[in-house]
Ligand binder design. Sequence first.
Ligand code: FBP
Length: 332
Amino acid sequence: MKAAVTLDRYLASEERLNELSTSGLSELILQMAFAAKIVAREIRRAALVGKLGLVGERNPTGDAQKKLDLFANEVVIDAFGESGLVAAIASEELEELRTIDCGGDASYLLCADPLDGSSNTDVNGAVGTIFSFYGRSRTGTCAVEDELRHDAELLAAGYVLYGPSTMFVYSRGQGANGFTLDHDVGEFLLSHEAIRCPARGPYYSANLGRYHGWPANVQRFADHLIERDTASGRPYSLRYTGALVADLHRSLLEGGIYLYPADEAHPNGKLRLLYECTPLAFVAEQAGGRASSGRRRILELRPQSLHHTVPFAVGSREDVELYEKFAASRGP
Ligand code: FBP
């Protein structure tokens, strides 16, 4: 039987293949995997240790915070607080940046959505963690938010999917790879090497409950996906789990598109550019997919603020390109 490849070993092989894949970045990706193991354990036993339910507070973009949101946030911050590598952390759960060592030599920045799909925590649904590491452009200074907004370089990104199994998917610019946690061994083992996203469908993920609040051209796109036309593989099947990470993971493996357009309740979209859209766009593109606001490629956008939201479409390249065509179209 082929020896299992641990995340550690795979990162080391990437370092040998590409000098851009630094040991510092490997250490950070391994530390995120460690944090994911702790979060996975807590999610699995949450109902037994009083970790379900709300904390009664709201996060910076108004979402009601779950106990597991705060737990995952603390685990991520603790995991990088002593690393000596991370100067500051931007998190969905924190109003402001958490600066750790911005005046020193720490040369990386971390952006994280510690728990994606929070509405699923109390119903045993899939949830995720989204992360990205930036190389500092102004090491030793504390104008970190300005750095993230203008010239910090995105070096690596990924997500953890806490589903029937726990998966860790990341990229540092050399393709996207997936690892599955062997809970008994306590190691993430290579299970999905060089993920290639099919060029199109057959699934789409969107909250159709918001359909009537979408712009007409977006409604037309959704209508188009469910028209009958065997030649183009339509109608697409709806799959909406309530967790972006789970829906994107399906699209990357089996094809399809996830979209969260602007709507009446979210005129600038709901999803946060810095710690949800950009990291997933990076992974999707490394897997041959595409990610867009409908008007611009997500990776061309820079955040105007820490919690800046954008309309978001991600998944199979041809489906997202078609969405962009509809999004650019005029008329009733
Ligand atoms: P959280 O990171 O706060 O969970 O928000 C993101 C998210 O939950 C996505 O995972 C999901 O696709 C979407 O929001 C669900 O939003 P809605 O309930 O409006 O459909």
